[in-house]
Design a protein around this ligand. Structure first.
Ligand SMILES: C[S@@+](CC[C@H](N)C(=O)[O-])C[C@H]1O[C@@H](n2cnc3c(N)ncnc32)[C@H](O)[C@@H]1O
Length: 289
């Protein structure tokens, strides 16, 4: 299992500073006041929510099948993310209703951009931002495959809960590396199989077949039809596979605070035999909304 390296805490000594919850109160926010009834109506009008946000006591998805999601998830890895993001830029890929974008803003991030390809979720995110007074978060409709169109690198990139919904997971990671990641990446994936991550050799002999049966060897399970009633669940890695894909795309794992979450540092990757790894055109010419 990969572990955090001593002295490699991102942007230390910020981690030792006051907890974000203390700073939160002093974060200036301008917001038009919403009555509880207005918030309730706004939530209701925006249909089904995936993220259970707490909008001044109004819950957006109180019956989520994973419980109070993503708050319970966030609590399990919040400590490895720098507490103070002052002066930092953040890109939240697959932002959904903006839960993580809001948490990053609460930690003082200067610039937060959330992208998602669903107008439905972006509408929820914009509403939730307005209610909470996060007017300067930019929510844009963009697929992860077109991150090149942003023409910008971000200090912290969140790539959470999306990789297994993609038909081309490594392409997405390569594109993130090539176009938008500057320093840190937070990655989370649905995982199945063993949580073990065993050290790998650089090469194995053709007659070595046993290694493929070992639980800690990287495995990516292909879902042809549906998993969990969801036809967009295409690939389900085990933990070793998540770590291996990240390394292969140029992300060094510096913390693994819970089974599905990996905090990584962007590192350079040498071009492969066919040139740079991200083969899909960057679509830098394509405008996003
Ligand atoms: C399971 S949700 C995860 C939401 C959030 N990141 C989290 O961890 O709670 C997946 C999100 O990714 C979005 N999404 C799916 N495919 C995408 C793509 N190709 N590009 C951008 N967003 C995508 C979906 O609309 C959805 O909001």
């Amino acid at each position: 299992m990969e572990s955090s390296e001593p002295g490699s805490s991102p942007w230390s000594p910020a981690l030792a500073e006051a907890p974000a919850t203390e700073r939160r109160a002093s974060t200036p926010r301008e917001r038009r006041s919403y009555t509880r009834a207005e918030i309730e109506q706004g939530v209701r009008e925006r249909g089904d929510w995936f993220q259970n946000l707490d909008l001044y006591g109004v819950r957006t998805a109180p019956a989520h099948f994973l419980g109070d999601f993503p708050t319970t998830k966030w609590k399990r890895f919040a400590d490895v993310i720098p507490q103070d993001l002052t002066g930092k830029s953040v890109l939240d890929i697959g932002c959904n209703a903006g839960f993580y974008s809001f948490e990053m803003k609460k930690r003082g991030a200067s610039r937060v951009v959330g992208i998602d390809f669903s107008d439905h979720y972006l509408d929820q995110a914009r509403f939730a931002a307005e209610v909470q007074g996060f007017a300067d978060i930019e929510f844009r409709r963009l697929t992860v495959y077109d991150v090149g169109a942003l023409r910008e690198r971000f200090d912290l990139v969140l790539f959470m809960g999306l990789v297994y919904h993609l038909r081309h997971p490594l392409l997405a990671l390569d594109l993130i590396h090539e176009h938008v990641a500057k320093d840190l990446l937070v990655f989370q994936s649905l995982q199945r199989g063993s949580p073990e991550i065993e050290p790998l050799q650089d090469d194995y002999d053709f007659w070595e077949t046993e290694v493929f049966h070992r639980p800690g060897y990287p495995k990516l399970h292909f879902v042809e039809k549906k998993y969990s009633h969801d036809e967009t669940n295409w690939w389900v890695p085990n933990a070793a596979c998540s770590a291996a894909m990240l390394r292969s795309a140029g992300f060094r794992v510096i913390a693994h605070p819970e089974e599905e979450v990996f905090l990584c540092k962007r590192v350079e990757v040498p071009p492969g035999p066919d040139g740079p790894r991200a083969v899909y055109p960057s679509r830098a010419d394509k405008e996003s909304r």
